[in-house]
Design a binder for this molecule. Structure first.
Ligand SMILES: CC(=O)N[C@H](C=O)[C@@H](O)[C@H](O)[C@H](O)COP(=O)(O)O
Length: 228
């Protein structure tokens, strides 16, 4: 296990480098190269999914790596690092920070409490992915080190916004004493700036940088307005 866990050196951009199995960039060293490019251009951290990419990216960059494992569990809506098995695998792969679902559903807050304690005893930090203000406050109480707005719009009871949830970033930044990470649907540099202005300490950008199929779709759809 990596015993030299890193923390972010300054405020700034974290690039999420993720390609799931059904995505064209999945596999090989593609995410590793994405992460190298991100670090080269000033990213202060990388967020990535799965043992293969966590390990490979840890070997290629100096900035802290936030690791998660997405796994679908039957009859559950929790998919970001759902159980202790994933936590152990993420730590074993060398992540500095473990991202996990800290939403208030399916008794998750009790489970999250145990997972947070496990990560801490292993010497790593926790990024709590939440969907509402109340969940963010609960995450701080449970001992999380960072709160990410990652899941706003991805639970049925959070606002279903097309763009980033700046209001959640603002509310949490005013209320909690741990860093707030703005994450989810940030597509432009102007939106990233707005997230920092709303109080975020860090901004995660994923799809807008590392999912070419989604970037292409946005261009094609924009052009379609003129080319029916
Ligand atoms: C909801 C969910 O599954 N979010 C995942 C969390 O790790 C990723 O698929 C996102 O790409 C990441 O949150 C960054 O967001 P965006 O790609 O919108 O910049």
């Amino acid at each position: 296990m990596n015993t030299h866990k890193r923390t972010f050196s300054q405020r700034g951009l974290i690039v999420s480098c993720q390609a799931l199995e059904h995505e064209p960039l999945h596999g090989g060293d593609t995410m590793r190269k994405m992460a190298i490019a991100a670090q080269m251009s000033g990213a202060i951290g990388i967020r990535t999914n799965g043992v293969h990419d966590i390990r490979s990216i840890k070997g290629a960059v100096d900035v802290p790596v936030v690791g998660l494992i997405k796994r679908d569990i039957p009859e559950s809506d929790i998919f970001i690092t759902p159980t202790l098995d994933e936590v152990k695998a993420i730590l074993d792969a060398g992540a500095d920070i473990v991202a996990l679902d800290v939403t208030d559903r399916e008794g998750r807050l009790d489970i999250a409490c145990e997972l947070i304690a496990y990560v801490h005893q292993a010497g790593a930090a926790v990024m709590a992915d939440v969907s509402t203000f109340e969940e963010g406050v609960a995450a701080e109480r449970l001992g999380a080190d960072y709160i990410g707005t990652t899941l706003s719009g991805y639970t049925p009871y959070s606002p279903q916004l097309e763009g980033p949830d700046f209001e959640l970033v603002r509310q949490l930044s005013e209320a909690v004493n741990i860093p707030v990470v703005a994450e989810g649907r940030i597509w432009t540099p102007a939106e990233a700036v707005k997230a920092l202005e709303a109080g975020a300490t860090y901004v995660v950008v994923g799809s807008a940088i590392t999912r070419p199929q989604l970037i292409t779709t946005r261009y094609v759809e924009a052009l379609r307005k003129l080319i029916p």
